[in-house]
Ligand binder design. Structure first.
Ligand code: NAD
Length: 701
């Protein structure tokens, strides 16, 4: 059993003991039920305390049980919490560190609750596409009021215990205990041992919200902030139900909603994202106990767009940075942008002035390599040019202390070749940040064939410190993210060539859930980037066919928002895309040149072709070992490319369509009058998995 039971001075102490976070798994639940029964049967016991071993009370459901029979096995959450609530002897929860999800729901079943300051209190279920399923939506409004409970349940945000304990009228905590919590809980339990009837959250009622429109307004807000997500809306339904139903009817209502959501596609996708993020930090051939290099000081080369953002990531994490540039004015410009970014955060109240100053005090600038020689890790973010990068790495090789990690932020160059410039290729790794680097969560860690395992383990740990989701990619053109995105954009061009409009493609992609369609992204990032890449590819891979529409608009100088025209027109100073007659004329000309009679293309076909174009490339990436698992590919897309999180990423999306169906759709696209059979030849891995009835992500087909 993952609990212990001990009687101290007439008080039975049940300790949840299921590392790492005392998850409320089946054996922990059984331990609680047994402990309550034992204590009630023992005449020497007057009262009961439930506490957690180690640093936390209880982090909620045991995630190792997700998707297994154990999750719903008896004693269920309800059985365990009911046993606590119906105990004839008082049960006091002693809560410290973390009380989340099922952990908080367990505490809400207790008669009394004592809490240590600094405890994180949350019902985070909404983040995995469900509602709290063990009474949270009915009991939390009873103790905190409908407004606070609604906020917590719909966002899943954690709130510090002292903030909740100090809220007027709150009934969540009986006492905030600064000091020995368990001793205080035992003393408290003895004090209340004779109290009858025992207090219970069950007896409390929920007052209607002061604002009669609260639920309607919250639904409308969530429809914007958590667009297309089902669970936040259902959380509102449940909390609203608590205002009109008694506890048992409310619990039944919550259970019904929970049961429907837990098997939904959105919940599956969000669970996949949740586990995918944890799995991404594991590298199959790099053991967890690999010794790490100590990274206390970092240097960044180049104070441009990326160098500045990367520097901020480290300053934010309290790691000192020396920023190196070629000229003083480049330093001034780079540091000026960093300051401006922080000042904007201070002005918005998101960053304390004092913290801003603290962060800036960690920044040193220099024009001399001598000043960075002792750094533990250096990240190069200079121009994307092999000649320039070679010079920088040769210099780094000659001056950096032994054991320093030499990283490059290159987006397209061969990290193997960069490593080979040095005499210490094992210390070289790619760290591909995304712009703006201080905001975007994704970090592609590019593992060259030379990179040492301890360098990989170290950069994964550093990534965690700077709050990035690190995904390992092998060396290839575009790594995981851009290599697949290239196919998505390429397919977007074919779609307009065949008959869709630029606006239709973007709108269909946006309705699917992308933040922006491919053409709006092109205009934002600059169409000249893809133009240059295509020029190079046409030489390197002459057999890969592109629609000429992309090049045609660039030949008209339509590089995007920065020049006021791209796939769309832009009025001066505005970012609103306006359909362009010049672009349409360009497309018409391409159609005429190729003899294409435009046809109507459905939004469904557009979305599927865009996503399946990426999926086919993803299958190749998996097969080549560039990504070690499908969930890594999905994490790249969820954290770096705005793929809708509730769809779980392109590879899970394909799994949910069913791989045999994906293959069939591709065959259909290849047979279109203007379809490209080469483009739509299923990658061998995709064809194989489809034939075997398997999936990319290993889940059910
Ligand atoms: P940028 O032009 O904004 O900045 C480059 C900076 O490097 C300039 O300030 C320049 O003065 C400095 N520099 C050039 N040569 C130098 C040298 N020898 N020593 C010291 N400083 C030098 O470029 P950027 O957009 O920040 O891109 C930098 C790198 O990051 C490139 O490799 C690029 O491919 C990669 N990258 C860019 C993005 C993006 O969206 N901009 C995204 C991911 C990766």
């Amino acid at each position: 059993m993952s609990t212990s039971y001990q009687v101290t001075d007439g008080v039975a102490v049940i300790t949840l003991d299921n590392p790492p976070v005392n998850g409320f798994g089946q054996s922990t639940r059984a331990g609680v039920v047994d402990g309550i029964a034992k204590a009630n049967a023992d005449s020497a016991v007057q009262a009961i305390v439930i506490t957690g071993a180690g640093k936390v009370f209880c982090g909620g459901a045991d995630i190792r049980e997700f998707g297994t029979a154990k999750m719903a096995a008896e004693p269920s959450f309800h059985t365990a919490i009911t046993a606590v609530e119906q105990s004839g002897k008082p049960v006091v929860a002693a809560i410290h560190g973390v009380a989340m999800g099922g952990g908080l729901e367990l505490a809400l079943g207790c008669h009394y609750r004592l809490v240590a300051p600094g405890t994180q209190i949350a019902l985070p279920e909404v983040n995995i596409g469900i509602v709290p399923g063990a009474g949270g939506t009915q009991r939390l409004p009873r103790v905190l009021g409908v407004e606070t409970a609604l906020q917590m349940i719909t966002t899943g945000a954690s709130v510090p215990s002292e903030k909740l304990a100090k809220a007027p009228g709150q009934k969540l905590f009986d006492k905030l205990v600064d000091g020995d919590l368990l001793a205080a809980a035992i003393a408290f339990a003895k004090d209340v041992a004779a109290v009858r009837p025992l207090p219970s959250v069950r007896q409390l009622s929920v007052a209607a919200p002061a604002d009669a429109e609260l639920f309607a307004k919250t639904r409308a807000d969530l429809a914007k902030t958590r667009k297309n997500l089902e669970a936040p809306q259902r959380c509102v339904d449940c909390v609203e139900a608590s205002t009109r139903l008694d506890l048992d009817a409310g619990l039944a209502y919550e259970q019904d909603v929970f049961a429907k959501l837990v098997t939904s596609d959105q919940a599956r996708a969000l669970r996949h994202a949740f586990f995918g993020e944890r799995a991404a930090s594991k590298i199959p051939d790099v053991p967890d106990n690999t010794p790490l290099r100590d990274i206390k000081k970092v240097a960044v080369i180049g104070a441009g767009t990326m160098g500045g953002g990367i520097t901020m990531c480290f300053l934010n994490a309290g790691i000192p940075v020396t920023l190196l540039e070629m000229k003083p004015d480049a330093i001034d410009r780079g540091v000026g942008i960093i300051r401006k970014n922080y000042e904007a955060q201070v002005a918005k109240g998101k960053l304390a002035q004092e913290k801003y100053e603290q962060r800036m005090s960690l920044l040193t600038t220099t024009l001399s390599y001598d000043d960075i020689a002792q750094a533990d890790m250096v990240i190069e973010a200079v121009f994307e040019d092999m000649g320039v990068k070679s010079q920088v790495f040769t210099k780094l090789d000659s001056i950096m202390k032994p054991g320093a990690i030499l990283a490059s932020n290159t987006s397209t160059l061969d990290v193997d070749k960069i490593a080979e410039v040095t005499k210490r290729p094992a210390d070289v790794v790619g760290l591909h940040f995304f712009s703006p680097a201080n905001v975007m969560r994704l970090l592609e860690v590019v593992r060259s064939k030379h990179t040492a395992k301890d360098v990989m383990a170290t950069v994964m740990a550093v990534a965690k410190k700077i709050k990035k989701v690190a995904v390992v990619s092998g060396v290839c053109d575009g790594f995981i993210g851009n290599r697949m995105f290239e196919q998505y954009v390429r397919q977007g061009f074919f779609l307009v060539e065949e008959g869709a409009t630029v606006q239709q493609v973007d709108k269909a992609a946006e309705a699917f859930g992308w933040a922006m369609g491919p053409f709006r992204v092109g205009d934002l990032a600059g169409n000249d980037i893809g133009y240059a890449i295509r020029k190079r590819r046409k030489i390197e891979q002459p057999d890969v066919i592109y629609s000429p529409v992309g090049d045609a608009i660039c030949e008209l100088g339509r590089f995007g928002q920065k020049v006021g025209k791209g796939w769309y027109d832009y009025e001066a100073g505005k970012r609103e895309p306006v359909p362009s007659a010049e672009v349409q004329a360009c497309i018409d000309k391409v159609r005429a040149d190729k003899g294409i009679t435009p046809r109507a293309i459905s939004d469904d076909e557009i979305v599927q072709r865009l996503v399946l174009a990426m999926v086919n490339e993803g299958a190749k990436i998996l097969e080549e070992g560039i990504a070690s698992k499908a969930s890594d590919i999905d994490m790249v897309y969820l954290t770096g490319y705005g793929f809708p999180v509730y769809r779980g990423g392109p590879m899970l999306y394909a799994d949910m369509i069913g791989l045999p169906k994906v293959v069939e759709l591709m065959k259909g696209y290849a047979a279109n009058p203007n379809g490209d059979p080469a483009f739509w030849t299923p990658a061998p891995l995709l064809a194989k998995l489809a034939a075997e009835g398997k999936t990319f992500t290993g889940g059910k087909a």
